[in-house]
Design a protein around this ligand. Sequence first.
Ligand SMILES: [Zn+2]
Length: 57
Amino acid sequence: MDTNSKFLKLKCKKCKNEQIVFNKASRPVNCLVCGEKILESTGGKSKIKTTILEVLD
Ligand SMILES: [Zn+2]
């Protein structure tokens, strides 16, 4: 298991919805409420497109 794998709590910059995502998601993640892209998959570490509220272990 990769030690850099973490769950992040993100806040959608558009609708303020809080959502927990995996930081190494294999595909982009959209906000469940408004559909705004909040995480972009780069093949390795994901690129966060919005505010990180908290890093979870
Ligand atoms: Zn949203």
